[in-house]
Design a protein around this ligand. Sequence first.
Ligand SMILES: [Zn+2]
Ligand SMILES: [Zn+2]
Length: 280
Amino acid sequence: MSAELPPWPERLPLRTTDAHTHAGSVREYSGLTEADALAAAAAVNVTRLVEVGTDVASSRAAIALAEAYPQVIAAVAIHPNDAARLGASLPTALAELESLLGSSDRIRGVGETGLDYFRTTDDQGRRLQREAFAAHIAWATQYDLALVIHDRDAHADVLDVLAAEGSPSRVQLHCFSGDADFARACLDRGYYLSFPGTVTFKANEALREALDLTPDDRLLVETDAPYLTPMPFRGKPNSSYLLPHTLRFIADRRGADLAELCRQVADNASALFGEWGSDG
Ligand SMILES: [Zn+2]
Ligand SMILES: [Zn+2]
């Protein structure tokens, strides 16, 4: 491992699951290959992960990784910020993405898709995001896959689009960033809330209030590596082996037994995405 990588945390007492990561992007930040990232994660008992594509190329790579490793399943998508950037090429990209669906039983999720009003501020870009989001929602239902939602500064509109298009049966709010009220709105609709390392940041008390009211059977934990590294390593490159910091923080906050939390979030990931096929 490169010198700037945080040290390995203490091994978790039970095997668990990173519900959203980009192992294929970790290398440029940390020098860890996908195989290194998987081995490092397994060493601390993070034995399963969801590898998430954000464009056609990274979606193909996610499928290849999931076919090579039983501890990996794939989610495929055109990310909302990519949808906005693609402009007139968006329909072609969506058609290519759709051609991947059904190509492998290792594809278990459609996403990350959704709306990002933080990075995309123009009306035309936001229209393209909505168009892409609607297409992904339809595929999740058609192919019976989990819908993996990216929502940045767009909470109300994300729920509006889901209501207009019709919610698929299994929905994950990846990198949940709302407060208690938005959490309640999502939980009322039966969605899973997936908490990343940001829940450990001092300023994010509203996010912790959302965590407090999330029932055990709707809770997921993720790294979203290579971004959002948990405390005390905020700002360093993230990777799935750092998930234990977030899990320990959440166990403390909820007054939960750490082993029980590891088991619960892994069970929830299975309910959302299906079985991995490895015993991790
Ligand atoms: Zn995201
Ligand atoms: Zn992501």
